[in-house]
Every structure is written in structure tokens, then in C-alpha cells.
Design a protein around this ligand. Structure first.
Ligand code: ADE
Ligand code: ZN
Length: 345
């Protein structure tokens, strides 16, 4: 299996499901809190880490929103994003599609431009210094109402050049995609690409609604889609990608253990599966850890790892030329691996 870890580390990949607020490591949270004269509801890094035991999505979200409360200045958002990009570079991430939750910040009086400018400053540096491309996706908090989401969409309009898509996150149960039909309609009219979390804790029906009502091009998670064979057939037929997050699913009790994760079944069904980290500071691992954890538990082979990496570029929002370029980097990395160890992944 150490061979597999080394393969995972060496293949270039894209990350397509990553909440920037979910990359806030406890050490950085405390440092930023101190600089901003704020107190976290935990007395130490160790106490905060000890709180990372979640029985469900909502228990996680409570801690995640509390920690995000330390982010005040553009500089804070820059440092948060930069720390993620450095970590992602170490995992051989060549392209990242990043969610942010503006309502988590605007509700505390932080202006939308403060958030976006801090994040985008780091993304631009990631491109200049690492050649890592990125796209920014605005997520609406689905536990809030439609009017709040519409206001948020309006605030994003001056930033149309920096925000390429809209997503839907936060507590899924009781907050179906149809609640945001008009918001997504308006976002699509503005040229924003629609994606949505669906089928993480919610039923297959929410995945269906995300497709039919929100007209999403990609489903975030999608685990529970497997309960509906007709829906699976449609996802396969239309090659709608799923951004799957194995360690997240484990930490949030979406699966009982990694051995029962549906990822292998999803691949066998012909779904376009990708592996992502979701909120890596909270879930115990970044992208490579997710690949290794799920591969070890499900007995995935080298060809599966390569397929997942290839899917990550194919399922990205990049244009065809960039998808082809990055997929070519993957092919070149495999060729050089074959040359160096004589084995054929
Ligand atoms: N916000 C951050 N991570 C999330 C997840 N896994 N599901 C829903 N909302 C989220
Ligand atoms: Zn997520």
C-alpha cells in the first residue's frame, strides 16, 4: 500500500470540493483571533481539536461557523487561503475549485469585498508562484431564506469576473434545492455555473431536484443518489460528476466506516467520481489522505487512482484547452513513473 500512497502523491490532481473556511487549522484560528482581539469558545488548540467529534453535519457546522468568526480583515482571508494553497501544492494539486460562504461573514458585518479580495489575492499568488489555477464558487447557506441568498447574489455581481459559480451548502435536511429555484435561475442568467451539495444527508430526491430545478452541472457528495437506480442511470448517461469526500463522510457519520463507503460502487456503476477533502482542517486529511484512506479501505488499485485523478480534471470547470493540458500532465507523470520503476500503473 505504500506504493499506492507514493502513486497518489506523484499524480497531478484537481480538487473540486473544498470550503475555504474548512481549511482553517486551529493554530491559524487562534493566531488570527488573537490579532483581532477575539476569543474563540475554546481555551486552546488541543481543546478545539478535541471538539472535532461530530455525530452529524449540524454538529460540525456549529464548530465551523464559530471558528470562521475570527476572520475579519482581508488579510485574514488571504492568510487562510494561502495556507490552503501551500498545503494543496504539497499534495500535487494543480487546480482548485474553492467554495466560500459569504453569508457566514456578511451576517457578522464583514463586507463582501473584504472576503473576496482577500481570497482572490491569495488565488492570484497561487497562480503566479505555483502555476496552480483556481476558480471561486459562491455557496448560499441553505438554512437561510431565499431573500438572503438573493441579496448575496446581488452583492457578488460586481465580482462576476472573480466568482465563476454558485453552490448550495450548510444543513441539508429540511432545506431542499427547490427553496432556491429563483436564486439559481437568476445566477444562471448572470452566467454563473450552478452546482449544489445534495445527497450528503438528504435523500436521493434532493439530488433529482438539484438536477431538474437548479439545473446543476455537478453534484457535491451525491452519496444518497445510489438509492434511486433511475437517477443513477441519468447521472451516468449525462456524465454528471460527483465530488465525493470520503474522510468528510466518515467524520460526519454519512458512512459507518470507510469499508462501507460507496465510492467503489459509484465507479463500477460508471459515475464520474472525484475525490476531494471538503473541510480538511476538521476531517483529518487533505486530498492525498482522502485518496489513500478510501483506496486502502476499498482495495482500489493503481488504475482506479489514475481514473479518479483523470476525472478530477475532466469534471473541472476549466475550458477544454486547460483540461487537456492538465490531463496531459497526468499522462506525462505516469510515463515518467513507468520509466523510473519499470512498473505500469
Ligand atoms: N459546509 C462546509 N462543509 C459542508 C458540508 N460537508 N456539507 C454542507 N455544508 C458544508
Ligand atoms: Zn462540502
Amino acid at each position: 500500500m505504500s506504493n499506492l500512497r507514493s502513486l497518489v502523491a506523484k499524480v497531478p490532481k484537481a480538487e473540486l470540493h473544498l470550503h475555504i473556511e474548512g481549511t482553517l487549522e486551529p493554530e491559524l484560528a487562534f493566531a488570527i483571533a488573537e490579532r483581532n482581539g477575539l476569543a474563540l469558545p475554546y481555551s486552546s488548540v488541543a481543546e478545539l481539536r478535541a471538539a472535532y467529534r461530530f455525530a452529524n453535519l449540524q454538529e460540525f457546522l456549529d464548530v465551523y461557523y464559530a471558528c470562521a468568526g475570527v476572520l475579519i480583515e482581508s488579510r485574514d482571508f488571504y492568510e487562510l487561503t494561502w495556507a490552503y494553497l501551500e498545503r494543496a501544492r504539497d499534495d500535487n494539486i494543480r487546480h482548485a475549485e474553492i467554495f466560500f460562504d459569504p453569508q457566514t461573514h456578511t451576517a457578522r458585518g464583514i463586507e463582501f469585498p473584504t472576503v473576496v479580495e482577500g481570497i482572490c489575492g491569495a488565488l492570484e499568488d497561487g497562480w503566479r508562484k505555483f502555476g496552480m489555477s483556481s476558480r471561486l464558487i459562491l455557496c448560499f447557506l441553505r438554512h437561510l431564506d431565499e431573500s438572503d441568498a438573493l441579496e448575496t447574489l446581488a452583492a457578488a455581481m460586481p465580482y462576476r469576473d472573480r466568482v465563476v459559480g454558485v453552490g448550495l451548502d450548510s444543513g441539508e435536511r429540511g432545506n431542499p434545492p427547490r427553496k432556491f429555484e429563483r436564486v439559481f435561475h437568476r445566477a444562471r442568467e448572470a452566467g454563473l455555473v450552478p452546482v449544489a451539495h445534495a445527497g450528503e444527508e438528504g435523500p436521493a430526491e434532493y439530488v433529482r431536484e438539484a438536477l431538474d430545478v437548479l439545473e446543476v452541472v455537478r453534484i457535491d457528495h451525491g452519496n444518497n443518489a445510489l438509492d434511486d437506480p433511475d437517477l443513477v442511470a441519468e447521472l451516468v448517461r449525462r456524465q454528471i460528476p460527483l465530488t465525493v469526500c470520503p474522510l468528510s463522510n466518515l467524520k460526519l457519520c454519512v458512512v459507518d466506516d470507510m469499508a462501507s463507503h460507496p465510492l467503489k460502487r459509484m465507479l463500477e456503476l460508471g459515475l464520474v467520481v472525484t475525490v476531494n477533502s471538503d473541510d480538511p482542517a476538521y476531517f483529518g486529511g487533505y486530498v492525498n489522505d482522502n485518496y489513500v484512506a478510501v483506496a486502502e479501505a476499498l482495495g482500489l488499485g493503481e488504475a482506479d487512482v489514475v481514473k479518479l485523478a483523470r476525472n478530477s480534471f475532466e469534471a473541472s470547470l476549466l475550458d477544454e484547452a486547460d483540461r487537456t493540458r492538465l490531463s496531459g500532465e497526468l499522462t506525462a507523470a505516469l510515463t515518467s513513473l513507468e520509466r523510473s520503476d519499470g512498473s505500469k500503473p
